[in-house]
Design a protein around this ligand. Structure first.
Ligand SMILES: [Zn+2]
Length: 121
């Protein structure tokens, strides 16, 4: 086994493979939106420190892709991130992280509202 694999498996043993995949998706979305790990850390710390903050237990179940069944991911859309004009006023995009799947669903709600709506189901 290559040393790098062993290193990762030892250091990240507490995380499930799914969590690693989630992290990679998250990391990619963060890069695309120019958000650093330090900024995310600051955000999380602030949220935890916020009075009345509800620190969630288990992660919310993301909806599954209607095409292939993979768990969908969501990203925010800001006008300047897209080359073509965002004439429809889309605020977020559900997309399928599966390699061979091109499922996308646009929403006029921001990411936070989409996530909130999930828990009301
Ligand atoms: Zn899919």
């Amino acid at each position: 086994m290559p040393i790098i694999n062993e290193k990762i498996e030892n250091a990240l043993a507490v995380f499930s493979f799914g969590q690693m995949q989630d992290f990679m998706t998250m990391h990619r979305v963060m890069s695309e939106n120019d958000i650093s790990i330090a900024e995310l850390e600051g955000y999380v710390q602030n949220e935890i420190a916020r009075p009345g903050a509800v620190v969630e237990g288990p992660q919310k179940q993301m909806p599954n892709c209607p095409t292939c069944g993979e768990q969908l991911a969501i990203q925010g859309i800001c006008g300047k991130a897209k080359k073509k004009q965002n004439v429809n006023g889309w605020k977020s995009l559900w997309y399928c992280p599966a390699k061979d799947c091109t499922y996308e669903a646009y929403s006029r709600r921001i990411v936070a509202d989409e996530i909130k709506a999930l828990s009301n189901k």
